[in-house]
Write a protein that binds this ligand. Structure first.
Ligand code: C5P
Length: 233
């Protein structure tokens, strides 16, 4: 399996830099990394990412770039300049976009961020794909786009824990697999439909577990994080 501890990536799905900082004050960077997505980045920007990193957190910049190759390459370089640990793109951007992204970060050597691809959004069902002209089941499209991303030299994939076993069977232990939709057995599923426990996700072969509300919405985020970290240790 690829990667290194800590395996937990806490999704900072809050709407201000102040709320993010209050939350991470409860978290131990030895036990988790953090994910900054589109809302928080649009509100709080690169300065927040720098402050999180200064506090010892590795940052997954979850902006899912998808544009012409030149623009995505420039955005990936900007993420690498910022010093983030991981950045991601949409595999649907195609081989030339994926290769441009890979080449853009390659120049950063040992400081280069991990580059992962989203295959099919879990909000997309077969009808949604048909609506945009893609005559595939989500599973078949995940398989096709996973091959494309990994053959384009990306480090790994963001995927459902339910897809991990098939991806490991097809691609071996090399790719970094990052999985959201994780719920400890005792936690509420919220709006997630097909959830997997942290222990099960790791057993299936996931490297990094993206976990939001079970930690961020807990009465004590610190204790919730410690509990999950102990469960997967
Ligand atoms: O609160 P929760 O644990 O459901 O948060 C999961 C995080 O992972 C959110 O930031 C969500 O946007 C993200 N995500 C997801 N499902 C995907 C891809 C990303 O839940 N397929």
């Amino acid at each position: 399996m690829a990667g290194a501890q800590p395996w937990i990536v806490v999704a900072l799905d809050v709407d201000s830099g102040a709320a993010a900082e209050a939350l991470v004050a409860e978290l131990d960077p030895n036990l988790c990394r953090v994910k900054v997505g589109k809302e928080l980045f649009t509100r709080a920007g690169p300065d927040l990412v720098r402050r999180l990193q200064a506090q010892g957190f590795s940052v997954f910049l979850d902006l899912k770039f998808h544009d012409i190759p030149n623009t995505v390459a420039a955005a990936c370089r900007a993420a690498a300049d910022l010093g983030v640990w991981m950045v991601n793109v949409h595999a649907l951007g195609g081989a030339r976009m994926l290769e441009a992204a890979r080449e853009a970060v390659a120049g950063f050597g040992s400081r280069r961020p991990l580059l992962t691809a989203v295959t099919v959004l879990t909000s997309h069902q077969r009808e949604d794909l048909a609506d945009v002209g893609l005559d595939y089941t989500p599973e078949a499209l995940v398989d096709r786009l996973a091959h494309l991303a990994l053959e384009s030299g990306l480090d790994g994939l963001v995927c459902s824990a339910r897809e991990v076993e098939a991806l490991r069977a097809a691609h071996g232990s090399g790719p970094v697999l990052v999985t959201p939709g994780i719920r400890p057995a005792e936690a509420a599923a919220d709006d997630q439909r097909r959830v997997v426990t942290p222990e099960e996700a790791r057993r299936l072969g996931a490297d990094y577990l993206v976990i939001g509300r079970p930690i961020t919405g807990a009465a004590s985020p610190r204790r919730a994080l410690e509990g999950i970290a102990a469960a997967i240790a």
